[in-house]
Design a protein. Structure first.
Lengths: 213, 213
DNA sequence: CAATAAAGGTGACTTAGGTCACCGATGAGT
DNA sequence: ACTCATCGGTGACCTAAGTCACCTTTATTG
């Protein structure tokens, strides 16, 4: 019953795993559901398992000393949290905060399995390396943006990324939300958005933004 | 002869590698020397080997579109370049620039070996994961600084990191160099340094800075 | 439907930090 | 000793972006 559910999640999002690996994951993994806005991972938390996302959407944030947040990237079904892998392997605490933005289901793999999986299953091994690589690059892109770009460029990049990642042309978000993700302030974002609207790049509405390019 | 040189480098900086692994590295690795200011890796370059640093000092930069540089972290003897590992595995191009700051020797390991090493040698496997983890955290710290901190805090952090990493209380660097690493401008750095000097934290000299805390 | 909260707009102001112009001090090479 | 490049100091100025105050519009709820 529960086994079949896990089976179908793996088949739809991790179909590239070899059959034996799937079997191990089905036997040892457990499903965990998160409601919207629930945290999957908190800064300073100790990891006992690594998480494969099988349903929903997760936002990863870095937290500043004074409690403000900085959005780094999304985790979607088929993704794993690189940080949870690294921390799990090393049994150290998490350095980021992960929050579900919609109801989310994670397949939790106990850390004790990590070493065996890496050694025994080629597809797992490549999946993990691929995950590291993608997140590493994602972080480098984040650094590019905040190190070299001004706020209007960062906003444009942010919006494009949202539209692309979420595969939509209409983004449900308030100006305040964006300001929070970019560690800026609502007024600044509002003003910059208005300029983008004047250039015909977006259409602004209450609680959502349309992409026009 | 050359074999013995590699042997001694490995023994002094990678003594934790298991004997069989050392043998493989000695048989398949080649030493490559870099003069000061030479690049080990350029943005966009394709990687055919992963590099273990056995001598010298390397600075890793992210490059902006307009050619300016942003310092991320040092590689020292005993370190490997996480990026070269990831890119090597995936056979993709490098995303960063690595420059020797003093004469440097790297032990080059052909990418073709990577998979075998990971599977066969536990100490290599842990070394690679440890490398990923450390660099990941280093990048997160970089993001913290540029996302949440003001220039004076970033400068203070930068200096402390230099003094700590280079294990010295007297740093050979010009104000312009620092400005370049932090992607700021010389005048700004000079002014902030002066304030630090007035607070008794550093002593400023031509071409070097002393740490007083 | 009145009350309230949330979202967004806008002008005025402040400030960190980037830029410009120019200076003097230091040190290396001829 | 003279020349020239590099390094660092400084005042004046500019601009992006953060902050404050206050407003209107829209949606929600009792």
């Amino acid at each position: 019953m529960k086994t079949e559910t896990i089976q179908s999640y793996i088949d739809s999002h991790f179909s590239f795993f070899e059959p034996d690996l799937k079997k191990v994951l089905i036997e040892n993994g457990t499903l965990k559901t998160f409601v919207a806005d629930e945290m999957l991972m908190q800064t300073g938390q100790n990891m006992r398992s690594t998480t494969l996302i099988v349903e929903g959407l997760v936002k990863l944030y870095r937290e500043g000393d004074d409690g403000n947040e900085f959005f780094m990237y999304y985790l979607q079904p088929g993704n794993a949290c690189a940080l949870s892998m690294i921390c799990a392997t090393k049994q150290e605490t998490s350095e980021v905060m992960a929050k579900a933005v919609e109801p989310t289901i994670g397949l939790m793999i106990p850390i004790s399995l990590m070493d065996t999986l890496m050694k025994e299953y080629k597809t797992w091994y490549y999946f993990v390396l691929e995950t590291y690589r993608n997140r590493f690059e994602e972080l480098l892109t984040v650094i590019d943006n905040i190190a070299f770009k001004s706020m209007d460029e960062r906003l444009a990049f942010y919006l494009e990324k949202q539209f692309k990642d979420l595969k939509t042309r209409s983004l449900s978000v308030t100006h305040g939300d964006i300001a929070n993700d970019l560690n800026s302030s609502r007024e600044v974002i509002s003003r910059l958005l208005k300029k983008m609207e004047q250039r015909g790049e977006v259409a602004l509405h209450r609680n959502y933004i349309q992409y026009l390019k």
